[in-house]
Design a protein around this ligand. Structure first.
Ligand SMILES: [Zn+2]
Ligand SMILES: [Zn+2]
Length: 294
């Protein structure tokens, strides 16, 4: 004889057993692996490795960037399909805070994310167009074109300290011809950028190249804007950029924010990149990443 509770137990099990439904990845709709919520393609971008970025925002940004025709994700700035399997590639998928002060995310290439840094999406578009116009057409760049709303330390800028102006003298500073500091071949201002600094010879040469005697200041190599040599917190503070990253020497002077924008691109790659991005922003031209040789 079968014990009656056995029937009861079997009946209950049939009632509570889950109905086997086909599970789908919430991002792309592919079939996930057993016990996983996301498919193997989306998993690397939805796991805990990016736990500082809210998962709901990541999923929303991924869905927005999804190209359902070929199952890939497109960069929101260049429009090209991103690399999903090689984290070392400059075109690997990364999450960008469109406005660094807010939590909304977008999907873009790692390289573009590195270039954008403290700029908002709108500022990035504006400066790319303005820099490209300066480089290609020679149109002067207005330093007030963006406000650098997310520039670090922007709200605690110290009042610029005056170093004083001294008249040019025949045996003046090697860079700017102003009166030398005693026992030095440079004036106080130029010395502060060169003395005891790495690659000081290359620095001195870059400053001589960047010095504009008529405007009495240093001119940014990439934007033609007069640089700030006093306020270290200004985005226009004078910095030194390696024309060929990883190679010593060959320095040029440029604004701090442009140094970030150039990231580890060579001079030629940087100009090409700006031109291609500007064409993309202006007319939606296709972005040919192979042309950069990265
Ligand atoms: Zn998926
Ligand atoms: Zn000087």
């Amino acid at each position: 004889m079968i014990w009656p509770p056995t029937f009861l137990c079997l009946g209950l099990c049939a009632l509570v057993a889950p109905v086997e439904t086909k599970r789908r990845c919430p991002v792309c709709g592919r079939e996930p692996r057993p016990r996983f919520r996301y498919c193997p393609v989306c998993w690397p971008f939805c796991n805990n490795r990016h736990k500082n970025l809210p998962i709901a925002e990541r999923v929303r940004a991924l869905i927005e960037a999804l190209d359902s025709e070929n199952g890939g994700f497109r960069c929101c700035y260049t429009g090209m399909l991103l690399i999903l399997d090689d984290p070392d590639s400059p075109w690997y998928l990364s999450f960008d805070h469109i406005d660094p002060r807010k939590s909304r995310l977008a999907v873009c290439a790692r390289q573009i994310n590195e270039m954008k840094q403290d700029l908002t999406g709108e500022e990035f578009r504006t400066v790319v167009l303005a820099l490209s116009d300066y480089m290609v057409k020679g149109l002067p760049l207005d330093p007030g074109v963006i406000d650098f709303v997310c520039w670090p330390g922007r709200f605690e800028m110290p009042a610029p300290a005056s170093l004083g102006r001294s008249p040019p003298s025949p045996k003046g500073c090697k860079v700017c011809r102003m009166t030398r500091r005693p026992y030095s071949i440079y004036c106080n201002r130029c010395r502060s950028f060169i003395y005891r600094k790495p690659e000081h010879v290359a620095r001195s040469e870059a400053m001589i190249e960047g010095w504009d005697a008529a405007r009495q200041g240093f001119v940014c190599k990439y934007s033609g804007v007069l640089l700030d040599h006093l306020n270290r917190k200004s985005p226009w503070f004078m910095t030194f950029d390696h024309r060929f990253p990883g190679k010593k020497g060959f320095l040029v002077v440029c604004a701090a924010w442009i140094n970030y924008l150039k990231s580890d691109l060579t001079d030629e790659q940087f100009r090409k990149m700006l031109k291609m991005l500007a064409d993309r922003f202006r007319d939606g031209a296709p972005f040919d990443r192979d042309a950069l040789g990265l």
